[in-house]
Design a protein around this ligand. Structure first.
Ligand SMILES: *Cc1c(COP(=O)(O)O)cnc(C)c1O
Length: 381
């Protein structure tokens, strides 16, 4: 499979298998170890028991499309027609894949900030497009990009830019100025923006998530993507959505219908309930995660790591050089034996792994006692 050359087993599978084999605490893969809101879980059960078990309509259940449109309007002042401008997908992952496959041609270039979520490079390769990474680097205590480097990445072949904020794995929430910079570039070069906003609710301190589609000239050229997995702690439900102008939604749906046709109905009903009735629960989750972030950061610092304070997501980046290590992959593979903890080497999220060799990623979406035990083990390093 030429196009997928180099995309073997993901690091998450390798590290999670290592965690199981060694009995180590898994702070590698980002999934919560506590359930989502009871009302959302009950709504899924009620849907199954109430006969919601056959194919939903291709674009997704109307009740969820309306709830998504309502959420974009209430939270961000963005108006989407639930019938023509919203599409339900099998998680954000399918939305991203369908958007890239639908909107790029062989040889088109797609810009993405690296480190990037692992599906981006694989999806771009599948579509026959070419990935142009723009590297995020620590500056002022957070990872960010150099606007000159971003501008220099645009060529006559550039078709699209993938923008993930809040950003996994860096924890950066792009500021209004950073997003305005990206927006201006998109307008100037007639680029399509594909945004991954799955952590839109999970921001900390005074960081605010702003959708790129809300910037001048962007609504008509942005495919906005989000998902229920992170918002409602139901990462196994794989229920996501696209909001975009009708012509983009048509193109994305054309691809999506031959990948999965539709996503599962009961989750869609339950997520619609969540968006309409459980956002207070989500706000409580946000606060809890912020304190878990602080708990893990304090522990990692005590163990000798240099950590960057994430402004959102589930993840902390830890610089390993203070501990005398130079290669995160080597350390991550040894850590279960050394300390009984699993992390993810950040270098796997880079086009060129050497650029991320100094960092490993730890997830803090775990019970306090799990974080405390992991930290106690790491202090023996
Ligand atoms: C978890 C995650 C996804 C995948 O979302 P699903 O809805 O589970 O497909 C996409 N992008 C980022 C940045 C993520 O962290």
């Amino acid at each position: 499979m030429g196009r997928m050359q180099g995309f073997g087993t993901t690091i998450f599978a390798e590290m999670s298998a290592l965690a199981v084999r060694t009995g180590a605490i898994n702070l590698g893969q980002g999934f919560p170890d506590e359930d989502g809101p009871a009302g959302v879980l009950a709504a899924a059960v009620a849907s199954i028991e109430g006969g919601g078990n056959q194919y939903p309509p291709g674009p997704g259940l109307p009740v969820l499309r309306r709830a998504v449109a309502e959420q974009r309007r209430e939270r961000y002042g963005l108006d989407y027609d639930p019938d023509t401008e919203v599409l339900v997908t099998v998680g954000a992952t399918e939305a991203i894949a369908s958007a890239v496959l639908a909107l790029t041609e062989n040889g088109d270039e797609v810009i993405a900030f690296e480190p990037f979520y692992d599906s981006y490079a694989a999806t771009i390769a599948l579509s026959g497009a070419v990935l142009r990474p723009v590297t995020l680097r620590p500056s002022g205590g957070r990872f960010t990009f150099d606007p000159g480097e971003l501008r220099a990445a645009v060529t006559p072949r550039t078709r699209a830019i993938l923008v993930n904020t809040p950003h996994n794995p860096c924890g950066t929430v792009f500021t209004g100025e950073e997003l305005a910079e990206i927006a201006a570039l998109c307008v100037e070069h007639d680029l399509v923006a594909i945004t991954d906003e799955v952590y839109e609710y999970l921001t900390f301190d005074d960081a605010v998530h702003r959708p790129l589609a809300a910037f001048e000239g962007m609504r008509e050229r942005t495919v906005s993507i989000s998902s229920a997995g992170k918002t409602f702690s139901v990462t196994g439900w794989k229920t996501g959505w696209v909001c975009a102008p009708a012509r983009y939604v048509d193109a994305v749906r054309t691809v999506k219908q031959f990948l999965t046709y539709v996503g599962s109905g009961p989750w869609q009903e339950a997520v619609a309930h969540g968006l309409a009735h459980e956002l207070d629960w989500v706000e409580a989750l946000r606060k809890t995660l912020q304190s878990k972030r602080d708990r893990l950061m304090t522990g990692l610092e005590a163990a000798g790591f240099t950590v960057l304070r994430p402004q959102g997501t589930y993840f902390v980046q830890a610089d390993i050089s203070g501990l005398g290590h130079t290669d995160g992959l080597t350390l991550a593979r040894a850590l279960p034996e050394l300390a009984g903890v699993v992390c993810v080497p950040t270098q796997v999220f880079y086009a060129d792994p050497s650029r991320g060799a100094r960092y490993v990623r730890f997830a803090f979406c775990k019970k306090d006692e799990v974080i405390d035990e992991a930290v106690a083990r790491l202090r023996r390093l």
